[in-house]
Design a protein around this ligand. Structure first.
Ligand code: ADP
Length: 248
């Protein structure tokens, strides 16, 4: 019995590579506005799960719905992005030669014709939108800085901001704090917590201290299915989870 508030339904998803099941009857629901952390040992299927949600990988069986009406398995990658699912990969891919502001401008256009976009005149509403995202990601003071000159953490925030320009309902974020300083990590926790509620956020993360600082609910993947789900304390005290992590 699934609540009407669910934004993402993955049901009995199986993905096999040459007979090996990277996902094995995976069932997972994410509520609207939720901030969910996905953890699990290497090879558990976390990346494959993200690839299924974004249309990069087609499952062999199962179903995947976005909200009540969008069948993700009927859409290709660009259509899924346009439907409101944004994905941030671990490595930031900002336009290093352009300013922070221009990066957001380009992301708003969602288009690769860089010069055409940067010469077009922005409407007051568009400027306001960019400024509001600058505020959200904490880069107001860096708006004219070349993106290539930003710190690693600032580049990650800029990339989150670029996703926000498309106003996605669901954000998928892969290891956001890898390589960050403790201060940047703390700032990232605040940023993601601030996005939850308005957006649903699914974070794949290995850093347990970080997971503790952001997640209400944690899903542990193991061998392509859900091993445990609950608060971080609940899953860390789960005997099956202890066994899997100690056995690594
Ligand atoms: P995680 O992100 O949790 O580390 P992955 O989803 O990357 O796990 O991988 C799950 C399993 O599927 C691993 O054993 C991996 O080797 C395998 N796998 C992933 N992608 C492919 C592929 N394209 N071809 C063959 N095996 C793959």
């Amino acid at each position: 019995d699934v609540s009407h508030n669910v934004i993402l339904y993955l049901e009995d998803i199986t993905v096999a590579f040459d007979g090996f099941r990277a996902l094995n009857d995976l069932t997972l629901y994410v509520d609207a506005g939720e901030l969910r952390c996905i953890i699990g040992p290497n090879g558990a299927g976390k990346t494959t799960m993200m690839d299924v949600i974004t249309g990069k990988t087609r499952p062999d069986s199962g179903s995947a719905w976005f909200g009540q009406t969008i069948d993700l398995l009927q859409l290709d990658e660009p259509e899924i992005a346009a439907a409101g699912i944004g994905r941030k990969f671990q490595k930031p891919t900002v336009f290093t030669e352009h300013s922070v502001f221009e990066n957001l401008e380009l992301a708003m256009a969602g288009d690769k014709r860089v010069w055409r976009i940067l010469f077009a005149k922005l409407t007051p509403a568009q400027i306001e939108r960019i400024e509001s995202v600058l505020e959200t990601i904490g880069l107001k003071d860096q708006r004219d800085a070349r993106a290539g000159s930003l710190s690693h953490g600032q580049k990650q925030w800029l990339e989150i901001g670029m996703l926000l320009m498309q106003d996605p309902q669901l954000l998928l974020v892969d290891e956001p704090v890898a390589g960050m300083t403790p201060q940047e990590t703390e700032r990232t926790a605040e940023l993601l917590l601030g996005l939850a509620g308005k957006h649903s956020v699914v974070v794949v993360e290995h850093d347990m201290a970080f997971v503790r600082s952001i997640a209400r609910k944690v899903t542990v993947l193991h061998e392509g299915s859900v091993l445990a789900e609950g608060s971080l304390d609940e899953v860390q005290n789960n005997a099956k989870v202890v066994e899997v992590y100690l056995g690594e």
